[in-house]
Design a protein around this ligand. Structure first.
Ligand code: ADP
Ligand code: ZN
Length: 744
């Protein structure tokens, strides 16, 4: 057994900062080690999948160190979002790039010089622009963080020439630690990062690339639109991204979804930056549920509550696929990645990746595409295949992919294989997959009739099987090496040596049969429902309703403040709130994702929503002591008891108020937030109890508020009233005055 050693003091400070600023209790695996490495002054390379939690790795060291952490990030939109998220957590941060005006930029540089700033995000262009590095030498720079560091490598899929000049940093700052972060793990990229940034004996952290919360699903590419509509119909509130290959498809798919009343938008490189910006913005704000995009979309977004990602077309390699599905479920809650697969896609993709490129590159691209195809056609755990690709071994099947949920059945497929091989042989091996299947199934279409294939002996030999089954079996035969595809002959199927042996009855073939997707889906739905019922989280449950209410509140606040909803709280945090129903300061702060600053900014509003939503879980109260002796409540008395809990907690507050305590004192004594106490007092007052109103408002103040209300038409929205009175009164005072005026 390893001895438990006391954490280094620096790490303790880091952990405290994690709780205080982010509201998280623990580091994820690796984050702690990475932070320790950086704080010890090492150059550090972090390879972690999207959503793995890279930002925390440099943000926490930035917060607990003296000086400014300079973050180089390639994407302007992402910079803004990250800085907003940091500010919402109470961390002083800013960004400078081409979108920032001169005077704002000089405010920021001043803040950097004064040491007030903890993180400064800059674009590579800005960093390398005239005089900026000289300026930085006057700033106390704690750390350089190079985000999306794979952009430095021309091997990568995302090469940015500006990045190659970042090597200059080391010359100007020989002893400032550099941390490079990326979600790309391949060896060549890694090597480029080290050498080009002149990292000094860097510590390298390669985290697992597994994203266990993403359910991996591949579906045959028939009726994609119908399948998409069906999926969205079953997840009407969940945000998602659909990736398409062409701009045209993007537009038509988005349009079809809109016609069905779904809030969908399209996004591709053919739009103006303004158009793209506003679509992206609407998606971030949860005003659009679905984005249909070419691959151009996504690098610049940091939305943590994307619940699903679909690939309308086959991606050209696994790296790209993995990066794109990684945009789902970054908050760690369950998410779905759905890939539509058809052989036609493979063919057109093959043409695309080999056209107009040198032969060596074409070979590499083809090999990568083949790996992607193998993944799509897999008959074993998909996650294992993916992780193998990134040189990782999961060690067990994942249980969260379509194959694991719905394992195929193996059977003796020799006869079926012989039918297909024979049909192919009788066409002189001239037909491609679709036509072969048509012949087997006895279809009377033009392609069949034109060549007289309806006269073949094997015509209709497989008409008992549906198209999709044949489709799957022929693909398995391809993977098994019985056929190969002659690309240069219109994708005709050719019989291999092995295929000949099967045809002659010298070699048996085993095939895999998949359950019908519908049925499997129903089964998982049924088992999911059972689990959900058990957790009392079905969509009609009180918990689900509260979650919905909290989501609305989040949206409202986000719109008011002009930030994306997830900057307020993530879905995961709201789910925990709905489950735990925190109504006190301590309880709210113990929810994961509620840090000090967010508590101060939003805590009261959410607590109030939870209280108003309905009977909270009984809070232990002095008055509840009698319950100890009461018989176990029947459902009906339980409901009454819950009612009384609300009343009695309000009563307690009211009594303390009558004894002369201020709301702050009451909150302190009762371990509640002051907002809750105020809500209690408002309700007591509205019920007709006698509040000492003069503690909060003088008669002349009430008169002033009354006059303002009259000016605004009698019953204005509180926010308008608040603005109209130029923030002179808080909402509590405005509401009390409202009640008094109503009471007359
Ligand atoms: P990456 O940059 O690697 O894609 P992020 O830094 O955006 O990932 O983190 C993804 C999500 O995980 C964010 O919502 C972040 O707040 C959350 N997260 C990060 N670290 C932790 C942690 N220790 N505990 C809980 N959530 C965390
Ligand atoms: Zn699996």
């Amino acid at each position: 057994m390893s001895a438990v050693t006391a954490p280094a003091p620096q790490l303790t400070a880091a952990r405290q900062a994690l709780k205080r600023y982010y509201g998280y209790d623990n580091f994820r695996p690796m984050q702690g080690d990475i932070i320790q490495s950086i704080l010890a002054g090492n150059d550090t390379v972090v390879l972690m999948p999207t959503g793995g939690g890279k930002s925390v790795c440099f943000q926490i060291p930035a917060v607990v160190s003296e000086g400014v952490c300079v973050v180089v990030s390639p994407l302007i939109a992402l910079m803004k979002d990250q800085v907003e998220a940091l500010k919402a957590n109470g961390i002083v941060a800013a960004y400078i790039n081409s979108s920032v005006g001169q005077s704002e930029a000089s405010d920021i540089t001043r803040a950097a010089l004064s040491g007030h700033l903890k993180l400064l995000y800059v674009s590579p262009e800005k960093l390398l622009s005239d005089g900026f590095l000289q300026f930085l030498t006057r700033v106390n720079v704690s750390i350089f963080a190079i985000d999306e560091a794979h952009c430095i490598s021309s091997w990568g899929h995302d090469f940015r020439p500006e990045y190659t000049q970042l090597g200059a940093l080391r010359q100007h700052f020989p002893s400032t630690p550099i941390i490079a972060l990326t979600a790309t793990a391949d060896r060549l990229t890694q090597r480029d990062i080290r050498t080009q940034l002149h990292l000094h004996e860097p510590k390298v952290f390669l985290s697992s690339f597994d994203r266990p919360n993403i359910n991996l699903v591949v579906r045959p590419g028939q009726d994609r639109l119908g399948q998409i509509l069906d999926f969205i119909g079953r997840h009407p509130k969940d945000a998602g991204i659909i990736y398409c290959l062409s701009r045209k498809t993007c537009e038509t798919v988005a349009q079809k979804l809109q016609q069905k009343g779904i809030k969908a938008g399209h996004y591709h490189a053919g739009m103006t930056p303004n158009q793209r910006g506003s679509v992206q913005e609407a998606f971030l704000q949860d005003d659009l549920q679905v984005i249909v995009a070419t691959i151009a979309f996504g690098m610049g977004i940091d939305k943590s509550n994307v619940r699903w990602v679909m690939h309308y077309n086959l991606p050209k390699n696994i790296e790209g696929y993995y990066q794109e599905i990684g945009r789902a479920g970054r908050d760690g809650s369950p998410a779905t990645a759905l890939l539509f697969y058809s052989f036609a896609d493979v063919m057109s993709m093959r043409e695309m990746v080999t056209k107009d490129v040198p032969q060596r590159q074409a070979q590499l691209n083809t090999a990568k595409l083949e790996r992607m195809q193998q993944f799509a056609e897999a008959a074993s755990c998909r996650r294992r295949i993916l992780l193998h690709y990134f040189s990782e071994d999961l060690g067990h099947d994942c249980g969260n992919c379509d194959i694991c949920r719905n394992p195929p059945i193996t059977f003796d497929g020799t006869l079926l294989a012989q039918k297909a091989l024979s049909a192919s042989a009788r066409t002189q091996q001239r037909v491609a997959i679709n036509l072969l299947i048509d012949i087997l199934r006895g279809m009377r279409n033009q392609a069949v009739l034109q060549h007289g294939y309806d006269q073949l002996k094997t015509y209709g030999a497989g008409q008992d099987l549906p198209y999709l089954d044949w489709y799957s079996y022929v693909h398995q035969m391809l993977n098994d090496g019985l056929f190969y595809i002659a690309y240069e002959e219109g994708y005709a199927l050719k019989i291999t040596e092995r295929g000949q042996q099967v045809l002659k009855g010298q070699l048996p073939v085993s095939l895999k049969k998949f359950q019908v997707a519908e049925k499997a889906e129903k089964q998982t739905r049924a088992s999911k429902k059972a689990a959900a019922d058990a957790a009392a989280a079905g969509s009609g449950s009180p918990e689900a309703k509260l979650f919905e209410r909290l989501r609305q509140l989040r949206k409202q606040i986000a719109d008011e403040q002009g930030v994306p909803p997830y900057v307020v709280f993530t879905d995961t945090t709201l789910q925990e709130m709905a489950r735990e129903q925190p109504t006190s300061r301590v309880a709210m702060l113990s929810v994961s994702g509620v840090g000090m600053k967010k508590f101060e900014t939003y805590g009261e509003a959410f607590i109030e929503a939870i209280i108003q939503h309905g009977p909270p879980r009984p809070v232990p109260n002095v008055e509840d002591a009698e319950e100890d002796f009461a018989p176990a409540p029947t459902p009906r008395t339980a409901a009454k008891a819950a009612d009384r809990d609300v009343n009695s907690t309000e009563d307690t507050t009211f009594q303390l108020h009558r004894q002369g305590l201020t709301p702050d004192q009451i909150a302190e004594q009762r371990g509640l937030v002051v907002g809750t106490v105020r809500a209690h007092l408002e309700r007591a007052y509205a019920k007709g109890l006698d509040l000492r109103l003069q503690d909060f408002l003088s008669d002349s103040q009430v008169a002033e508020i009354a006059a303002a209300r009259a000016q605004l038409g009698g019953a204005p929205a509180l926010r308008d009233l608040f603005d109209h009175l130029r923030e002179k009164y808080d909402y509590f005072q405005l509401r009390l005055a409202g009640i008094k005026l109503q009471r007359g």
